[in-house]
Design a protein around this ligand. Structure first.
Ligand code: CA
Length: 364
């Protein structure tokens, strides 16, 4: 028998084959599935923030239960990390593994990310979810965030947002001149084009800013969240929405943090994020309905207004011009804008003969 340094070739082959078997039967994955992982999450919201903060708590509880304690998520609110609008940077740098925020908060850093929260005059929540999951939206969002080494997932929808709280009525485009209003995202760009002075302020500072006349008006979300903030005490005109028909939050995950997880924990995290996101939409609808019924019966000073046709027309015109400018400035922006426009055209014809036709048929 041929030998190699006293060991038979057959023995070497046997060892080599045994090694292969071992690799197939007991890959490192098996050891990995015994490991426990803790991911750090940073959220834009303050501690115990209703609805939006409930979404991250739900995610943490769900992954803990589904993984039998192998995957834990610890949550730092804005009071801890002090960077409510810097969540992308925190996750990108690896200071946090997961972020929960709204994509349009860092439009100044990367305009390609702003389209994934909501767009003025754009899709409603069901239309947008259909676009995300079945119309190519998630793939485009992944492409935009991959440039930052970050994975992105839908993170919960507020549903249609109210147009905000105003001290004075807006009767014409002239009334927007010099108006200091807290409003983020693309809508802020539109109002700036029409002469207003939009700024973004974290939620914890909104009431004081309105009370001290730092701002004349503000938009936040809808009755479920707005009423707890007390804006109605200062600004009685509550306008219906045009600017955030379906604000989707985002879960952002550092790619290295994701890659270190075994595939079963990745899948648990993926499913738990999707469940938490959809639950936030249902919860938002519920909280808005309950809060609005209460406001109507107990706070008759709150007066609902809709922006006049001339103001809406000017906003739409500014929106169209800005969309063209953004599309010209960046190829990926153009791709996202075109995808949303094509999808909206298709989805809206269905909305028109389903939900819209149904609701119209009930009118007196
Ligand atoms: Ca808002």
């Amino acid at each position: 028998m041929r030998t190699l340094g006293g060991i038979s070739l057959a023995s070497i082959l046997a060892i080599a084959l045994a090694g292969c078997d071992t690799a197939e039967q007991a890959p490192p994955q098996v050891e990995k599935t015994q490991q426990r992982f803790t991911l750090k999450l940073a959220e834009t919201w303050g501690p115990n923030f209703p609805i939006l903060g409930d979404t991250t708590k739900q995610l943490a509880e769900t992954v803990d239960r589904m993984s039998d304690g192998r995957l834990k998520i610890t949550i730092d609110s804005s009071n801890k990390h002090k960077s409510p609008f810097g969540i992308l940077d925190l996750v990108k740098a690896g200071q946090y593994d997961i972020g929960h925020s709204a994509s349009y908060y860092w439009k100044g850093k990367d305009p390609n990310t702003l389209f994934f929260t909501t767009m003025p005059f754009g899709m409603t929540a069901p239309e947008q979810y259909a676009w995300f999951y079945y119309g190519g939206g998630v793939e485009l969002m992944e492409e935009a965030y991959a440039r930052h080494g970050v994975l992105s997932f839908p993170g919960g929808n507020t549903g249609n947002q109210m147009g905000g709280w105003f001290r004075k009525e807006i009767n014409s485009v002239e009334d927007l001149q010099g108006l200091k209003i807290r409003i983020p995202g693309f809508a802020g760009e539109i109002l700036a084009k029409l002469g207003a002075k939009p700024i973004n302020i974290p939620s914890g500072e909104l009431y004081t800013a309105l009370e001290r006349n730092t701002i004349d008006a503000l938009e936040w979300v809808g009755p479920g969240l707005d009423f707890r903030m007390g804006f109605h005490k200062i600004a009685p005109y509550y306008y219906t929405g045009w600017h955030e028909p379906a604000s989707e939050l985002q879960f952002l995950i550092n790619r290295r943090s994701w890659d270190q997880l075994p595939s079963d924990l990745q899948e648990i995290l993926r499913v738990a994020m999707r469940a938490a996101a959809y639950d936030m939409y249902a919860r938002s609808y519920h909280e808005n309905a309950v809060a609005w019924a209460m406001i109507q019966s107990e706070y008759p000073n709150v007066q609902v207004r809709t922006f006049p046709t001339s103001v809406i027309a000017a906003m739409r015109k500014a929106n169209d011009e800005l969309i063209s400018e953004f599309a010209e400035a960046d190829p990926l922006s153009r791709q996202i804008i075109d995808s949303q426009a094509r999808y909206l055209a298709k989805a809206r014809t269905w909305t028109a003969i389903s939900d819209q036709a149904y609701l119209n048929s009930l009118d007196d």
